[in-house]
Design a protein around this ligand. Structure first.
Ligand SMILES: [Zn+2]
Length: 894
């Protein structure tokens, strides 16, 4: 699975927490530093608190009593009730010990029949079912050479799972019905499954454990307008009499139950080929023309990974499908990876953001995870660390070392940010909930540990090891020691210390490094101290490059194994630079006490992306006092790698004396011409800060940028300097669906649009997707709060409609909050008038003029009272009709 869990849930929560605050439309645009980045999602904070009270239960690998050999499913759906109607036929045999019992996982089912199938006949069997597991008494004792077939007729009720089984501490449903009753406009009806970790047994009876694997045949009956997707090949598709169709999918090579999958929807399918195997992209019809642009590198990835592992992609075909409301970025179901809907983008949107890292991640799982599977969730990193490292390997192959190093450095940052509040072993045998394992330890830290291992044993040994591991354990399950033994076998080294330190223990080193040069002895002293707040001392080798005065570079390898070390090296003269961790592989943090001149030298002469990045970041804090540091930052505007250019642009401080017209010209040139959209966008943000009207032409030009994000930033910048001009441009962009453009257009209309723009808000409320609808309600509220009564009346009708009928509870709530807010504005206006009236009556109740004014005010107060009353009535009606308890709780406080 890809680590981007609970995106929507987090978003909704953030929205609700801020929903009572004043809208800040600008803030809803991507902030500069975050722009285009999907990689950085916040650590799941609730994990931290939960893990403090974690029950310490040893999580043993599941015993194999019966071995599942084949699963045949015959399934159809009741959309109305959100039920799956299933018939399962399972072929099994005892794993080793003879038995007359079979224990299956089957969560939230209604069981209709359990039978032994012998010579085509079904012999009923005794069974006990507790809503979670099905214990079956076999007709006799079977030994490990005897296969038997079990038939189960059942209904899976995913949405009633917890209701009927209050003891289940379980959020997963296994199978999800999207817009089942079709009441949500502009949203497709879909069904899809999600097995990992143990939710496959929410839609079919199985032995729901990663150390089980079997072949699979899936018969899916759906209405003829739907497309289906499952594991393996579609071998037959037959139309039935009642306008339904049954598709038969066959997966001929065994895989674990959590990788079983079914998707049903009105997808468009684009087919590519690789080595005579179908490579398919399933998307919503509107993205059919863009499917190739989204997934088109898949065949090249298949070749790259097959060659790298010297093991050709082992499965029958490879399909990828985008589904609605998916709970993570993607899931590597065998031969049928599922992706969240955001993977779907037009070519123009792909300029700003693509999910190729996720595409590579899911594909690499087809070796690490699907072919060789972790035997228990404690060993999850054997799936996830590899899949995450696969992203890096692909990047290095396709986009070069610097792009890959940038990606790997992001991995380290993500892990370190999680490590502030959570430090655990990557391989964990004690945990409360398997969900907690899907963290930045299993993924990003795991990938960095593999990189460290590669650095320690060398590229050749590392890749030979991977090849041997895949070959040895194909179609088997492994624990971390299998991996260690493979690498020990290849290298002849005892790798227990490495595996113990990095996989089985927690934490990372924090190093303080400083340097001296003894001019008499001609010696360099490199002092290294481990200052992490732990009792553990880390052991690892590290490279130190010494840049000598004669422009040669000497590389030294040293071993860190104590809390403090002083390494001494000979150098005739004081060296230009001592570059600690010259290969930039350290899995940890460092406080490096180099001076400004050394960092400048590092920026200019050290070879790696991270050398320059570290230098730019450090020099930025000296730019005020060191003109050399400042000029190095300016020089970095022209760096060959985009992220360094962007960092330099972000870090440069505009001090009046430094703000020469030359720099402004440079920023303008970058904003319009840099080949990287993120860099152009950063330059625009920096120009925006200057608030100079002579930049209007630059912003106007940048609105035409090929990148939506850049275009939106340019329009936002223009709006600050020339609002009327921006309003005119906004009108030409009001039908653009892109979220960045949508936000700035709605923002401009909300703040300076006139009555004519009401049509826009009314139309958009019907058209936009759910997240945009949420934002739009905020903008509409701002617009209505500065509009006249007639416009407000129409607006209230639209908001009422959303508050009463929207399918999403949080959207209904948000519309109600908007009505409440408008009522508050009217109330305060009325209160002001009442106060003023009371004042004038006291001061001068004799003057005719004022009596007239007072009469007018009184009339206005009456009018306002009528409006306030009708809004109150409306709010009462909304409350009365609401049935969702969550929403009612909020209404209680309104
Ligand atoms: Zn994954």
């Amino acid at each position: 699975m890809s680590f981007k869990k609970h995106i929507i849930a987090t978003l909704i929560l953030c929205m609700l927490l801020t929903s009572c605050q004043t809208t800040n439309p600008i803030a809803s645009l991507s902030s500069d530093s975050d722009m285009l980045s999907t990689e950085q999602l916040p650590a799941e904070k609730d994990n931290i608190t939960k893990e403090k009270v974690e029950r310490k239960i040893y999580r043993a690998t599941k015993d194999k009593q019966n071995d599942l050999l084949h699963t045949k499913l015959d399934i159809s759906f009741n959309w109305e009730l959100r039920h799956l109607l299933g018939e399962a036929q399972l072929t099994l045999r005892p794993y080793f010990y003879s038995t007359a019992k079979l224990l299956l996982d089957a969560k939230g089912f209604e069981i209709h029949q359990v039978a032994m199938v012998k010579k085509g006949e079904k012999i009923p069997l005794k069974y006990y079912y507790n809503g979670v597991q099905l214990e079956i008494e076999l007709d006799t004792i079977y030994n490990r050479k005897q296969k038997y077939n079990i038939y189960i007729n059942y209904t899976a009720k995913p949405d009633e799972l917890v209701v009927h089984n209050p003891d289940i501490d379980f959020n997963d449903k296994g199978i999800y019905f999207i817009n089942a009753d079709g009441t949500i406009p502009n949203k497709p009806r879909q069904i899809w499954t999600q097995g990992e970790t143990e939710a496959a047994s929410c839609w079919f009876p199985t032995i729901d454990s990663p150390n089980e694997r079997c072949t699979q045949e899936t018969h899916i009956t759906v209405a003829d307008n739907f497309v289906t997707l499952s594991n393996g090949d579609l071998v037959e598709s037959k139309k039935n009499e009642n306008k339904t169709r049954t598709d038969i999918w066959k997966q001929t090579k065994p895989h674990a139950p959590y990788l079983f999958a079914v998707a049903v929807g009105e997808f468009a399918k684009v087919t590519d080929m690789w080595h005579n195997k179908a490579v398919e992209y399933y998307v919503e019809p509107e993205y059919e023309a863009h499917a190739e642009a989204i997934f088109g590198n898949t065949p090249e990835m298949l070749s790259f990974f097959s060659d790298l592992l010297d093991y050709e992609y082992p499965w029958q075909k490879y399909s990828q499908v985008a589904v609605r409301d998916f709970m993570s970025a993607a899931m590597e179901n065998t031969t049928a990876s599922f992706f969240f809907e955001n993977v779907q983008k037009t070519e123009r949107e792909l300029l700003d953001e693509n999910h190729e890292d996720v595409i590579a991640h899911e594909l690499f799982h087809h070796w690490f995870g699907n072919l060789v599977t972790c035997e228990s969730w404690s060993n999850l990193a054997l799936n996830e660390a590899f899949a995450t490292y696969g992203e890096y390997l692909w990047m290095a192959h396709k986009y070069g070392q610097e792009a890959a190093d940038y990606h790997l450095n992001q991995d380290l940052k993500h892990y370190l940010s999680e490590a502030v509040t959570k430090q655990d072993a990557i391989i964990r045998f004690y945990y409360d909930d398997t969900e907690h394992l899907f963290d930045r330890h299993s993924y990003q830290k795991g990938a960095r540990v593999l990189h460290l291992l590669r650095n320690e044993i060398g590229d050749e040994a590392f890749f030979l090891g991977l090849q041997k591991y895949v070959r040895t354990y194909a179609f088997k399950d492994t624990e971390i020691h299998h991996l260690r033994l493979i690498f020990e076998d290849i290298t002849g080294k005892d790798l227990n210390p490495f595996f113990n330190q990095w996989f089985l223990n927690s934490g990372h080193p924090v190093l303080s490094i400083d340097y001296q040069y003894d001019t008499l002895k001609h010696e360099i002293f490199v002092n290294v101290e481990q200052i992490q707040n732990q009792d553990v001392i880390f052991h690892f080798p590290i490279e130190i490059d010494i840049y000598l005065n004669d422009s040669t570079v000497q590389r030294k390898q040293v071993n860190i194994s104590e809390q403090t070390h002083t390494f001494r090296f000979f150098a005739e003269k004081r060296p230009k630079l001592v570059n600690f961790d010259a290969k930039k592989v350290l899995l940890g943090e460092k406080i490096d006490h180099k001076n400004v001149q050394e960092y400048i030298y590092q920026y200019q002469f050290a070879p790696l992306f991270l050398d320059r990045y570290e230098a730019v970041v450090t020099l930025s804090s000296y730019q005020k006092n060191s003109i050399d540091a400042y000029q190095t930052l300016i020089a970095a505007f022209d760096d060959s790698f985009w992220f360094i250019r962007q960092t330099a642009l972000q870090k440069i401080k505009f001090q009046d004396e430094n703000l020469s017209p030359k720099i402004i010209e440079k920023l303008k040139e970058i904003a319009l011409n840099d080949d990287n959209a993120r860099v152009r966008n950063t330059a625009l943000y920096r120009l925006q800060e200057l608030e100079k009207t002579d930049l209007i032409a630059t912003f106007e030009k940048a609105v035409q940028d090929s990148s939506f994000v850049v275009s939106a930033t340019a329009l936002q910048s223009l709006y600050k300097l020339a609002p009327r001009k921006a309003l005119q441009i906004a009108k030409s962009l009001e039908n653009c669906k892109n979220n960045n453009i949508f936000n700035i257009v709605a923002n401009i209309y909300a703040e300076i649009g006139d009555n004519k723009q009401q049509v826009y808000f009314e139309n958009q409320l019907e058209k936009v997707d759910v997240l945009q609808r949420y934002t739009l309600i905020d903008y509409y509220k701002v617009f209505l709060n500065r509009s006249d009564d007639v416009v407000v009346e129409t607006g209230l009708l639209a908001l009422e409609n959303v508050a009463l009928h929207d399918a999403n509870w949080w959207i209904r709530l948000h519309a109600t909050q908007a009505i409440h807010n408008i009522k508050k504005r009217y109330t305060s206006k009325r209160n002001d008038l009442q106060a003023a009236l009371a004042q004038t009556i006291i001061i001068s109740n004799e003057k005719i003029e004022e009596i007239n004014t007072n009469t007018a005010n009184q009339e206005q107060i009456e009018e306002l009272n009528t409006k306030i009353n009708s809004m109150e009535t409306l709010l009462e009606q909304i409350k009365d009709k609401e049935t969702d308890q969550k929403v009612l709780k909020f209404y209680h406080n309104l």
